[in-house]
Design a binder for this molecule. Sequence first.
Ligand code: UDX
Length: 437
Amino acid sequence: MNIAVIGTGYVGLVTGTCLAEVGNNVICVDIDEAKVAQMKNGKVPIFEPNLEELFLKNIKANRLHFTTHLKTALDKSQIIFLALPTPQDEDGSADLKYVESVAHELGDLITDYKIIINKSTVPVGTSEIVKNIIKRKTSVAFDVISNPEFLREGFAVQDFMTPERIIIGTKSKKAIDILNKLYSPFITLKRPVIVMDEKSAELTKYAANTFLATKITFMNEVANLCEIIGANVDDVRKGIGSDSRIGNKFLFPGIGFGGSCFPKDVNALVHSSDTAGYNFQILKSVLNVNQSQKKSLIPKFKKYFNNHISSKKVGIWGLAFKPNTDDIREAPAIDVINELLLEGIEITAYDPEAMPNMKRIYGDKITFCNNAYDVLKDVDCLLINTEWREFYSPDFDKMKKLMKQPVIFDGRNIFDMEVMKINGFHYESVGRKIVTK
Ligand code: UDX
């Protein structure tokens, strides 16, 4: 099949590459000329495991192309994916300016039947808006479909290739048939296509993301309670997660959720519910709790040093909002660093992938180190924000020799408490007892 993908962010690039991988002819469109030139030269603009390999393979096989010229892409393709950004407006709503502007162009440019598939997370009713914009401009037949994407950063290729379900929101029989064919390489009995109307499909994406954000936040509050009453959240997590109605995933407490999706989507659903006249109270609480959770290591750190913190030197492991990505959008590390800088604290930091992005924000306000151990030289304590694999089994003796004091505040519970006790650390984590020397 001939496919155009408009927008080459995470979702667009992964969609384009994976659809090419199963044999389709894909042309990716972006207005960013430098980015398109870079991709034509075989450079992947984002870090995502396994993407580069497929990207290069499909360019070589002549199935994956790039252009800035929308008309060229439209003329060659019947299926048009929209994978455009929907940034958060000041009031929390999703800004549709990119989607609407492309809809206008589609109305001007299409000359034969097209299936326009929206992959971006867009508020309920956006398919209808897109449909109406195009309809006002052309009499050519077309269908607009909502087909939300559920991929996770760090697992984007894997999630696209083996989705747990594919949601198709449309009433058009013709479009359903074509999409069933398009997705047939990814569908199995266990990975079904679920067809519904456009609005339900749009809401499914928000409901999924905000439910997961709520599940994490619930567990973060359980962890906070554990700290006060002296229970262990690891045990509580296992205890409730083994109930199949609850499930054991997305129950890991920490210093809050971040990223490009959860915070934005919770805000957007709160906003669109308010607009629709519904007060989505649980999601408002999720936002409040998450905001304070992101800073929850700071009071622990202050308390340990009896509020004498301004002369302290603090090391940080982890800057990305989660492991296996260089993405720092809404990363708890930003809240942590901002609080520390406000107190005039000296910071050294390391992250395997996200340092270039953080440097753009903080410049020389913090010292970026070449590896995890360089961070520790003469620090009064270590703060852990991201659970990168390479942090899990460090040389504790080497750490202690480098640090001024063996004190760790762990926002991701990466160490075993017994191990920390044996190694002589003061160790505070989330929802677990404090380990003292
Ligand atoms: C999420 C959804 O999982 C995905 O389906 C959707 O398409 C986009 O949004 P992503 O933002 O890439 O994906 O990250 P995810 O792995 O879901 O983690 C989101 C945040 O939740 C991270 O900040 C992570 O640290 C946090 N998290 C996740 C927890 O704090 N605890 C958990 O148990 C799981």
